[in-house]
Design a protein around this ligand. Structure first.
Ligand code: ADP
Length: 414
């Protein structure tokens, strides 16, 4: 089964094409309108990246060009668009309604649009991507896979804020959680790596945005991001959790507008706000030995992360596996060592040599450590492929689809 994955942002459109039965990546790439000059990047596994300088103004122009390149471009991986069984779209916010992947219909599109109120930057961009792809591939089934869906299993105790009834029941204010595609991938991968012994997992997704989740037997039971992706641990430029009294104080006493407050919390806080240098952990680690602000940024980041891991461990009643993933989690041995320095009491004992030399996916816990410490390369695209494939097969496959048929395209493992 061939599945095209689309991830549309407000200023980017990324795609990857998979032979889904074997989870083989056939091609990938995309366009990022924030980078000048604008280029369409096209990647085929094992071959040099192809970059075309193009003036594609919007998602629909980019989608048309991607379709043409997939079908007729250099070393085209799709001989015929009839080969394509489905398109899976990443949609950030599915609210309470979308607890699993769904086939996109006009009604589903309307519902995603209504949820834009909760994700004003993300859901409109997803809709733009969906419409663009629908226009160029009108006969191919389109599926929405939601970033919030993995967290819809949170029990009421973890989902509910201690707020007045109207806020909770009429205004929809509760913990939704985000990064679900990554947490879902890591939960499955960790279970494969740990087998029976991995029923209680704490997953730390540490990228520019960061979130920690608690997963029992594959089911998410708590997560650090909340009503919005601002909640939880310290991030690159986002504050993470905060005493809500601080917000009242700066609005009342310091004359900030709502927009200024929004900008400060989302773009001027976190590692950037603390250090005054950068939101990039690499820069913080480089400067920390000599710069007290960078050092403080690192200390606050680690303190809050360790606290959150401890809270998730308490919710789970113990930890069989701690997972590090995303940019910081996968690449920074130093951050992993600082986090694990104080986790022996949870049965998480780090092998510092394995940590320093780790190539994900890897187990970096000491031999005999009761809980394992894993570093996993996250694959949000694979969660989209799996969910899309599962949905299409549950519907009896596509009109022309014969499961397990031979691929006509050149396939290479990534
Ligand atoms: P996003 O959340 O935007 O998807 P990523 O998961 O790719 O981002 O994470 C990006 C972040 O990862 C960068 O901002 C940087 O701070 C961090 N990072 C990448 N490589 C390293 C490294 N070797 N050491 C520390 N941090 C790193």
């Amino acid at each position: 089964m061939k599945i095209l994955v689309c991830n549309s942002g407000s200023s980017s459109l990324k795609f990857s094409l998979f032979e889904a039965d074997q989870e083989l990546l056939l091609a990938g790439g995309g366009i990022d309108w924030t980078i000048r000059p604008t280029r369409l990047v096209f990647r085929l596994p094992g071959q040099p990246e192809i970059r075309e300088e193009l003036h594609l103004r919007e998602h629909s122009e980019a989608a048309e060009r991607i379709r043409a390149d997939l079908q007729a471009g250099p070393s085209a991986p799709l001989h015929d668009l009839e080969d394509l069984d489905a398109v899976g779209h990443r949609v950030v916010h599915g609210g309470r309604r979308f607890t699993t992947a769904v086939r996109i219909t006009p009604e589903v599109q309307r519902a995603i649009g209504e949820l834009s109120e909760l994700a004003p930057l993300h859901n409109p961009a997803s809709l733009e991507g969906i419409s663009a792809v629908e226009r160029v591939l009108p006969s191919v089934p389109q599926v929405a896979v939601f970033d919030t869906a993995f967290h819809t299993t949170l029990p009421a105790s973890a989902q509910t804020y201690a707020l007045p009834r109207t806020w909770r029941t009429e205004w929809g204010i509760h913990r939704y959680g985000f990064h679900g595609l990554s947490h879902a991938y890591c939960a499955k991968r960790a279970a494969e790596m740990l087998g029976q012994s991995g029923s209680r997992l704490v997953i730390a997704h540490l990228g520019n945005g960061a979130s920690v989740s608690a997963v029992r037997d594959g089911i998410c039971i708590d997560t650090s991001m909340g009503f919005t992706p601002l909640d939880g641990v310290v991030m690159g430029a986002r504050s993470g959790s905060l005493d809500p009294g601080v917000l009242l104080y700066v609005l009342r006493r310091k004359g900030l507008t709502i927009e200024q407050l929004n900008h400060a919390l989302n773009h001027e806080s976190g590692l950037l706000g603390l250090s005054g240098i950068s939101s990039d952990m690499r820069q913080i680690l480089k400067e920390a030995p000599s710069n007290p602000d960078a050092r403080l940024a690192l200390e606050v980041y680690i303190h809050r992360l360790v606290q959150t891991i401890g809270a998730m461990a308490a919710t789970l009643g113990g930890v069989d596996g701690l997972v590090f993933t995303a940019g910081v989690g996968e690449n920074s041995a130093q951050v992993r060592e600082l986090v694990c320095a104080n986790l022996d009491h949870l049965g998480l004992e780090l092998n510092t040599t394995a940590n320093a030399h780790c190539k994900p996916d890897a187990d970096i816990a000491r031999h005999g450590s009761p809980g394992r410490i894993l570093v996993i390369s996250t694959r949000e695209d694979l969660t989209i492929v799996r969910e899309t494939r599962r949905l299409i097969l549950s519907e009896g496959g596509t009109k022309d689809h014969v499961p397990q048929r031979q691929s006509t395209a050149t396939t290479r493992t990534v």
